[in-house]
Design a protein around this ligand. Structure first.
Ligand SMILES: [Zn+2]
Ligand SMILES: [Zn+2]
Length: 369
């Protein structure tokens, strides 16, 4: 039986190990992906560090969700991608790392991002076995979405398409960010820099980016930020809220995007939203808590968009966005360091060190398969 390598994650503090698992038989309608690149995402590092309030139960599981690959084999009746473009073995493809069921209350309302059946278990013991981002193979079951990667795009540009890029693009689309809006981006990591570039492309009159690291803010400026707020110059939440008010003529922002991943940032961001403005909360998946008077959101009439995952068809828009902007903004050039899958422990340690030293979206760490 053919097999492939996968990285196995147990819990924070336990090194990954690499095991061989069977590759699945490709059912009618399915597609087996031969992975080529997987990026270490901020959320991977949260889990690896054990950032949440609760310890991660020590269960051996597969990992990696920000990745890309090529067609390894097509199941019976699969001849094209989701836009009816011919697919063949070896074609580069982008696809979501979750699978909406297409037959539930949410899916029939085109709310695929909220389908309760979309998650993948990623256990070692069950079909399709060798099936994750940090692995040799990934399996797209019948009903999956898949998009051919445009020829112009370098492969290194593609891994963030199915996580960071589609996530913030979907968030801004979902909240109907308008031409002329003032937009605040909290955090200039991977998600934040993409959000900056998209808000700028969508015609924001101001894109104000907040971060604690200057190289990240410089990159945000290259991606269309009109103003930056350094946490070194504005060290308290109150001073940053005040600065946003100044930059928006006392009004507050039309749209605030939280992509920090620290609970306190949500509280701070809510104070930056103008009356009846929008708050897009994406980053804070780590499980931290905040407390505030309930009337705060009511009296400010804040439109609060908690957002996890995206509608799969936004992947095509994300790919086209990269093609259109890659010569003007450093959005396609995101991987600077590569490690083979076997060196995953070294890669995570390097990514952690690199992040602390001011590493930016423009130099992320990828595993290659
Ligand atoms: Zn991710
Ligand atoms: Zn569904």
């Amino acid at each position: 039986m053919p097999t492939g390598k996968v990285a196995v994650f147990t819990t924070s503090g336990v090194p990954f190990d690499i095991v061989e698992l069977p590759t699945p038989e490709v059912e009618p309608g399915g597609l087996l992906v031969r992975n080529t690149h997987a990026v270490i995402c901020g959320s991977d590092l949260h889990g690896w560090r054990g950032d949440g309030d609760e310890p991660i139960p020590p269960i051996r599981r597969l990992t990696g969700h920000e990745f890309t690959g090529v067609v390894h084999s097509l199941g019976k009746d699969v001849e094209t991608d989701s836009l009816r473009r011919q697919l063949k073995e070896g074609d580069r493809i982008a696809f979501p790392f979750f699978n909406p069921c297409n037959r539930c209350y949410w899916c029939i309302r085109a709310e695929h991002h909220a389908c309760p059946h979309r998650g993948r278990w990623w256990t070692l013991e069950e079909h399709p076995y060798c099936d994750a981002g940090m692995a040799d193979y990934y399996y797209l079951p019948q009903g999956h979405y898949v998009f051919k990667v445009p020829e112009e795009l370098p492969t290194d540009a593609v891994p963030p398409v199915n996580c960071a890029l589609s996530q913030v693009l979907f968030g801004l689309e979902r909240a109907n960010m308008d031409f002329g809006d003032t937009v605040v981006i909290q955090g200039a990591g991977g998600l934040g820099v993409f959000a900056t570039a998209i808000a700028s492309e969508k015609g924001a009159s101001k894109v104000i980016v907040i971060d604690g690291q200057h190289p990240r803010l410089d990159l945000a400026v290259e991606c269309g930020a009109t103003d930056t707020i350094s946490m070194l110059d504005y060290p308290t939440p109150e001073s940053r809220v005040e600065r946003v008010k100044e930059l928006t003529h006392g009004v507050g922002a039309d749209v605030v995007v939280e992509v920090v991943g620290v609970a306190a940032a949500t509280l701070e961001g809510l104070d930056m939203v103008r009356v009846n403005g929008k708050f897009i909360d994406i980053g804070n998946i780590g499980g931290g808590s905040i407390e505030f008077p309930a009337v705060k959101v009511i009296s400010n009439q804040t439109q609060w968009f908690g957002t996890v995952h995206y509608n799969p068809w936004i992947i095509e828009a994300a790919l086209q966005f990269l093609v259109r902007t890659m010569d003007r903004m450093p959005v396609a050039n995101v991987v600077s360091h590569k490690f083979p899958l076997e060196e995953i422990n070294k890669a995570f340690e390097f990514a952690e060190w690199h992040g602390r030293e001011g590493g930016t979206t423009a130099n992320r760490v990828a595993l290659t398969m």
